[in-house]
Design a protein around this ligand. Structure first.
Ligand code: IDP
Length: 147
């Protein structure tokens, strides 16, 4: 029997609605876009990050000029953490989110439609999404340690 041309396994990715998104009441809109795209939300919690958790989550950015403003921003209010599941969901959610800079993010994306530059040291860009299978596994373990 021939194998399918492209055998894509079901993936999971970590999505965060960052404090700006929660404060602006955009959590439902982010979830709506994930579900409307056809992905499943398989874990969901409203939580407040800790410095220890963020040090691990953003370890790759330590030492960059925006690192401390980023950590302070992520501690400024609650976040919605969720795990989305589906074929190629890691790439798919990054596509839904749009470019990091919300001013440059394409219209139609979460950041492009809902975000903007607020003149702050950190880009408040509404969502985080894991950027690789390795990051997704690591980040899901950090935010949902029991799973
Ligand atoms: P990503 O969230 O699109 O994957 P990363 O490069 O992993 O982007 O950066 C993590 C977060 O740090 C971004 O989402 C944004 O909030 C913030 N950030 C990244 N680059 C800059 C910058 O040049 N200035 C200010 N904030 C930044």
């Amino acid at each position: 029997m021939n194998a399918p041309a492209q055998d894509t396994a079901v993936e999971r990715t970590l999505v965060l609605v960052k404090p700006d998104g929660v404060a602006r009441g955009l959590s439902g809109e982010v979830i709506r876009r994930i579900e409307t795209k056809g992905y499943r939300v398989v874990a969901l919690q409203l939580t407040t990050a800790t410095p220890e958790l963020l040090a691990q989550h953003y370890a790759e950015h330590e030492g960059k000029p925006f690192y401390q403003p980023l950590v302070d921003f992520m501690l400024s209010g609650p976040v919605v953490a969720l795990v989305a599941e589906g074929e190629r969901v890691i790439e798919g959610f990054r596509s839904l989110a749009g470019a990091t800079d919300p001013t440059a993010a394409a219209p139609g994306t979460i950041r492009g439609d809902l975000g903007r530059d607020w003149g702050l040291a950190v880009q408040q860009n509404i969502v985080h999404g894991s950027d690789s299978a390795e990051s997704a596994a690591r980040e899901i373990g950090l935010w949902f340690p029991a799973s």
